[in-house]
Design a binder for this molecule. Structure first.
Ligand SMILES: Cc1cc2nc3c(=O)[nH]c(=O)nc-3n(C[C@H](O)[C@H](O)[C@H](O)COP(=O)(O)OP(=O)(O)OC[C@H]3O[C@@H](n4cnc5c(N)ncnc54)[C@H](O)[C@@H]3O)c2cc1C
Length: 444
């Protein structure tokens, strides 16, 4: 299932390829410079800006970088986290040997994600993109990293699935799995994101996902602040919105780990019996296979419509759906392709520009707002000035609006719902958003 978001809930990727793609992707932005082999040693925050001390390891020279804000995405051992005095709260779990290989013929290996709950040696295995395959083997008490990373050990462990001679070995490393979340993610002009802010066992496949969610939450807010289109106070919403979801995801991964890692034969027997019984309850089997157990990415507090905007209470803070739509140019594309990178206002069978008043026109323009009118599945979108028109191919958008009994929605750049309105309340949309972006009322 895709839960309405346009992509399957489980996607098995290969992280080094994602990182390579990201590296290549930033090359198109002249304002971005990637300095490999440079290490941040320390920073100071003057209250007006941040000065970062960096060592270039190719020359051993130390230099300074000045910036308005510092985003510490420096992984689990984060220097930045240490320097802001944040503490990682939580637990450290078992060690696991991770073996990655490239195979010639993926059809010879397990084609799906498997948790092998064998009390003698729990194993997780799954295929990844472009003929890559991963096995994770739990270390038992007394086993050492050195011993587990030996080629002969890897050969023996892989034997039930693969002959080491038939595959290309890419990685054989022992990792310690943690479930730890920093007690604070920000200090002054400094923010933590990704593993620097939270570490989770990989059983739920949520570590990098959470990091990407972090930066997709923070980056547009920072851009608005730097352009003077929002007050720096909105940056406080970052931790408020992200931390509860990270906590839920971490809990889920830890629970998976508990089920998987049992080494007691008796407990494993009871667990297996319980799972066999649960399998007879169709709703449970469906929930497990479809991934419905994954905590919904939503938040209650943060940068969303205020409590007094009653219409929005049920919808605000939820990730907006992403169904297929037809446009003037494309027969069937995902909605996000139409929404751009800024705020978007969507109107079901109404012109969403009804949120614009004479007084709020510049405000919406400053936010590079995209206006989108939704029409019925069988209607043909025609070009309209300053407006995108999309046909609701699967009637999912109409169902969403009907569920909340509204016909207008304001969506944030990260595609979370800011607020919903009817045509009667549309003129208050700008006021509501302005209030959220400038909580102290000091519009610059
Ligand atoms: C075995 C395993 C399986 C996993 N499976 C999944 C999965 O299925 N799904 C998922 O979503 N996640 C998974 N993860 C988690 C995922 O790999 C991490 O959550 C992700 O890599 C974190 O990204 P990050 O950029 O925050 O940190 P990192 O990937 O650790 O990157 C931090 C970077 O900062 C650099 N750095 C550190 N200190 C400094 C400094 N002082 N100055 C300059 N640079 C510095 C480091 O060199 C590194 O390049 C898995 C992890 C493991 C170990």
């Amino acid at each position: 299932t895709d839960f309405g978001y346009g992509f399957h809930v489980f996607i098995l990727l290969y992280q080094p390829f994602i990182e390579k793609t990201l590296h290549e992707g930033v090359e198109r932005f002249p304002c971005v410079e990637v300095r490999m082999g440079n290490e941040v040693e320390s920073f100071s925050d003057s209250g007006e800006g941040v000065t970062v001390v960096v060592r270039d390891h190719s020359t051993d020279k130390v230099y300074e970088v000045k910036a308005k804000y510092l985003l510490g995405c420096d992984g689990g051992r984060s220097t930045i986290r240490h320097q802001i005095g944040a503490e990682l709260i939580g637990k450290t779990f078992q060690q696991w040997l991770v073996v990655d290989v490239r195979v010639d013929d993926p059809s010879k290996y397990p084609s799906n994600l498997q948790f092998i709950c064998d009390p003698k040696r729990p194993v997780v295995t799954y295929p990844m993109a472009f003929n890559h395959h991963r096995w994770q083997f739990m270390l038992k008490d007394g086993e050492t990293t050195e011993q587990m990373e030996q080629l002969e050990t890897v050969r023996t462990l892989l034997a039930p699935w693969a002959d080491l001679e038939d595959v290309e070995l890419i990685r054989k490393s022992v990792y310690i799995y943690h479930a730890r979340i920093a007690d604070k993610w920000t200090a002054g002009r400094v923010f933590l994101a990704g593993d620097a802010a939270h570490l989770t066992p990989p059983f739920g496949g949520t570590g990098m996902n959470s990091g990407i969610r972090d930066v997709s939450n923070l980056s547009w807010k920072m851009a608005l602040v730097l352009r003077g289109h929002a007050d720096p106070a909105i940056l406080h919403s970052y931790q408020i919105e992200r931390k509860p979801h990270v906590q839920k995801m971490t809990r889920m991964s830890v629970n998976f780990g508990r089920i998987l890692q049992t080494e007691s034969r008796t407990v494993a027997w009871i667990r297996n019996l319980l799972f066999r019984l649960l399998n007879f309850i169709p709703i449970i089997g469906r929930k497990v296979r479809s991934g419905e157990f994954k905590p919904e990415a939503s938040f209650l507090g943060g940068l969303v419509a205020s409590d007094h905007q009653q219409q929005s209470r049920a919808a605000r803070g939820k990730l907006f759906i992403q169904p297929k739509v037809r446009t003037t140019d494309a027969e069937s594309i995902l909605l996000d392709e139409v929404l751009g990178h800024g705020f978007a206002v969507l109107g079901l069978e109404v012109d969403p520009r009804c949120v614009i008043t004479t007084e709020s026109q510049a405000f919406w323009e400053n936010l590079s707002t995209r206006f989108v009118r939704i029409i019925g599945a069988t209607e043909q979108p025609g070009p309209e000035d300053g407006l995108a028109v999309v046909a609701d191919l699967e009637n999912k958008l109409a169902a969403w609006f009907n569920r909340f009994q509204v016909n207008l929605v304001v969506i944030r750049p990260d595609r979370y719902v800011f607020a919903v309105f009817t045509t009667n309340t549309a003129s208050s949309a700008a006021q509501e958003l302005r209030q959220a972006l400038f909580p102290d009322g000091q519009v610059s």
